[in-house]
Design a protein around this ligand. Structure first.
Ligand code: AMP
Length: 140
């Protein structure tokens, strides 16, 4: 497996070198909206430690990300009046991974509405801002 690349886009977001629509942060993780959401409110949870994916993160590092996803899922149910949540986490290109800093996708779902295909549409900034505000409010 290749080494962790500190110039990947999520590492830049963590260093504040690239903007994001942040919804949650603690000692271990950062959560922000996916700019090409597959569903409204699609959020990514990433660890603050440099890890490519499940294959090089520690069990505790992975657990921190899962805890973050658990928190976002509960808030997203309220914020988006969702009927369900899809959580996904891809590892290496063969596993569907495109950005090589570990991340969990948390996607609010509504009955009868399919996910958009990955990276199909860049969302409007205003919509992302509005959805971030709703999620932050639900996180309380
Ligand atoms: P994957 O590596 O396949 O799990 O997916 C990477 C995800 O990152 C995709 O859903 C992209 O839409 C998302 N993405 C890529 N660049 C950014 C960015 N700058 N800010 C937020 N999300 C991003």
């Amino acid at each position: 497996m290749p080494a962790y690349d500190p110039n990947n886009i999520f590492a830049k977001i963590l260093r504040g070198e690239f903007p994001c629509h942040k919804v949650y942060e603690d000692e271990h993780v950062l959560a922000f909206l996916d700019i090409m959401p597959r569903a409204p409110g699609h959020t990514l949870v990433i660890p603050k430690v440099p890890a490519r994916n499940i294959l090089d993160v520690t069990p505790d590092g992975y657990a921190h990300v899962a805890r973050g996803a658990h928190k976002i899922a509960a808030a997203a149910m309220k914020a988006f009046h969702a009927d369900g949540i899809t959580v996904q986490q891809f590892n290496e290109a063969a596993g569907g991974q495109v950005v090589f800093h570990l991340h969990m996708h948390v996607m609010p779902r509504h009955d009868g509405i399919a996910l958009l295909p990955p990276a199909s549409r860049k969302e409007d900034i205003e919509v992302l801002e509005d959805n971030a505000t709703k999620l932050i409010a639900a996180l309380g």
